[in-house]
Design a protein around this ligand. Structure first.
Ligand code: GTP
Ligand code: SPV
Ligand code: MN
Length: 599
């Protein structure tokens, strides 16, 4: 067979893997539209794809995964560094040799009856100096098609790689070999939970994934490469690989500022990145919705790029009202996974903003919907090209990145954390990032949705090394000579009253908070200094009509009692986890806050 590369390391790796997994065929992906169509054809034939009504959703398809394979599996995700101490207390660790032994046994013959696809991909614009090349080997045409949308794929990547170029090898199998004559026949292929492994070998810059075909478990450029492996590279090289959206904010005067925001999974990144402001004259455009790589420019500013090429967005809650840009983006050329199917061949989900048309709705499990449980899985998603988003910013593929003025942290917190407050300094901001907590969502399979857990920097499931060292890395970034650092803010769109009513309307109204943040960056904002940080005052804040003055006062109040509890929890439960690696600077921030509140 002729191969489209002379890169010996790549050829050897493909050869070695093929000998282990024993596929029926090997196919090198060229990234063409014809190849994408062929993947969809294959899945239609195997009963894994459902065509949608062409008039309503041109070139779009629905996929139903196995009910056991609907989200990331955090308790099967491993950071297999040589020393357990490098993985730290918040990652699952296994000895890399032991893990490879276990996984090799599973990989042996696992692609029987299937095609081994070699998918060369670039995170970041092809050929740009900040881009990273990965090569994913997968036996899933679903992965090939999704990688086409989420990353830049194909021969042009191999051209840049050349004979000697470096790449991150990413091995993936759904873990369901086929017997002679067997086909998937409508059954989403995956392996039982106990055989699922999402493994990272940070020192080798290597990824091995087995047993899942879903999202971040299987599209290895995203969480595995662009966050877990890249965070280790970023630590070693002095930059940041973060679970952050990147947005472009333009004021009525035409002044532009770029903002990054880290919120845990399913906590509003895609929505904020595409927000349509409710306040006149302001504009938000999208650079990225999930991942930011940030490096210092010669001027000392942090510049961010979005390494991705598409959006893998949460469907439920997405409507023309809440996120018209996402709705427009997924009108065509979109792969939907685990949403519901209507009688007229369109998609539907909870919170789409209208009732399904008359006739049976088929739920995400493929059954007639009985309305007892959601028709769409809470973690159902759309995979859609970023270029189709009407709000996409001109700069979104600029290899130089965009200069970041503000970094936001946030999560789902029904109480205590105010709508917005600003850090008093870089290290105070790092402290705020380190204590992020959020109600758990459906984006991870093995967690109890609704309970609050600490998710520092929204990176708990995505940091490829010891979280204490990660905190230290953030402090070091702030100490870089000549750095022009972004200002840091903590936001919370998710405050509720005791009887469960949202205190804040969220979505487009979040532009009011962005406006205050913009003014703080300009130095023109009105603010008050409080014990917890810098805040807008209730009187000066641009309040929406739908929020009463009392509710706004609640949203912007310093909840002394709540913060005392928060600090006690950080002191007793959170920070001690990191032991010796917990930076003294953050203990000092905790003590400072404690003292201010005790006054
Ligand atoms: P991942 O892709 O998992 O990283 O999620 P994400 O952080 O991009 O979250 P996304 O924007 O997809 O939002 C997740 C859910 O939160 C959706 O159901 C949204 O409708 C809802 N949501 C987003 N923003 C807001 C908000 O301002 N207020 C409220 N109440 N809900 C929101
Ligand atoms: C997340 O869980 O943060 C996601 C979805 O963005 S996944 O790609 O599956 O990780
Ligand atoms: Mn995410």
């Amino acid at each position: 067979m002729t191969t489209p590369t002379a890169n010996q390391k790549l050829l050897n790796w493909v050869d070695e893997v093929a000998r282990l997994v024993k596929p029926a065929h090997v196919e090198w992906c060229d990234g063409s539209a014809a190849e994408y169509d062929r993947m969809v054809e294959t899945m239609l034939k195997d009963g894994l794809a459902t065509p949608l009504n062409h008039a309503k959703r041109p070139n779009s398809f629905l996929f139903r995964s196995d009910p056991s394979d609907v989200a990331r599996v955090e308790n099967r995700t491993y950071i297999a560094s040589k020393s357990q101490d490098d993985a730290g207390p918040t990652n699952n660790w296994m000895d890399p040799d032991q893990l490879k032994l276990e996984m090799r046994a599973l990989y042996d013959g696992c692609m029987a009856g299937r095609t081994l696809y070699v998918i060369p991909f670039s995170m970041g614009p092809v050929g740009s100096p900040i881009a990273k090349i990965g090569v994913e080997i997968s036996d899933s045409p679903y992965v090939v098609a999704n990688m086409h949308v989420m990353t830049r794929v194909g021969t042009r990547v191999l051209d840049v790689l050349g004979d000697k170029g470096e790449f991150v090898p990413c091995l993936h199998s759904v873990g369901k070999p086929l017997a002679p004559g067997e086909s998937d026949n409508g059954q989403w292929p995956s392996a039982p939970l106990a055989h699922k492994y999402i493994s990272h070998f940070p020192e080798e810059r290597l990824i091995w994934s087995y047993g899942s075909g879903y999202g971040g478990n299987a599209l290895l450029g995203k969480k595995c490469l662009a966050l877990r492996i890249a965070s280790v590279q970023a630590r070693d090289e002095g930059w940041l690989a973060e679970h952050m959206l990147i947005l472009k904010l333009t004021s009525p005067k035409g002044v532009v500022k770029f903002v990054c925001a880290a919120f845990p999974s399913a906590c509003g990144k895609t929505n904020l990145a595409m927000l349509v402001p409710t306040i006149p004259g302001w504009k938000v455009e999208t650079v990225g919705d999930d991942i930011a790589w940030m490096k210092f420019g010669a001027d000392g500013q942090l510049y961010a790029i979005n390494p991705e090429y598409g959006f893998f967005g949460v469907a439920p809650g997405t409507s023309k009202l809440s996120n018209p840009n996402a709705m427009a983006a997924c009108e065509t050329n979109t792969l939907f996974t685990n949403v519901a199917l209507t009688s007229d061949g369109d998609v539907w989900w909870e919170g789409i903003g209208f009732d399904p048309p008359a006739g049976d709705v088929i739920d995400w499990k493929g059954k007639v919907w009985d309305k007892k449980e959601p028709a769409a899985h809470p973690n159902s998603r759309f995979t859609t090209p970023a270029s189709q988003c009407p709000a996409i910013a001109d700069e979104w593929q600029d290899p130089a990145g965009v200069p970041i003025s503000a970094i936001l942290f946030g999560g789902r917190r029904p109480s205590t954390i105010p709508l917005v407050h600003q850090a008093r300094s870089w290290n105070h901001g790092v402290f705020l990032g380190s204590i992020v907590g959020s109600e758990v969502t459906a984006a991870a399979l093995d967690l109890k949705a609704g309970t609050v857990r600490r998710d520092p920097f929204a990176m708990l499931p995505f940091c490829g090394y010891h979280m204490g060292d990660y905190f230290k890395h953030w402090i070091k970034i702030g100490e870089k000579a000549g750095a022009q650092l972004p200002k840091i803010f903590f936001v919370n769109w998710f405050r509720k009253t005791a009887d469960g009513r949202w205190l804040w309307p969220g979505y487009g109204e979040n532009s009011r908070v962005l406006k205050w943040i913009f003014e703080q960056c300009e130095g023109t904002g009105k603010f008050v200094e409080t014990d917890i940080g810098i805040m807008p005052s209730v009187d000066d804040f641009d309040r929406p009509d739908s929020v009463s003055k009392e509710d706004l006062a609640e949203l912007l109040k310093v909840d002394h009692e709540g913060w005392v509890k928060e600090i006690a929890d950080v002191r007793a439960e959170h920070y001690p986890k990191f032991g010796d690696k917990m930076p003294k600077e953050l203990w000092a921030e905790l003590e400072g806050l404690e003292k201010r509140l005790a006054k």
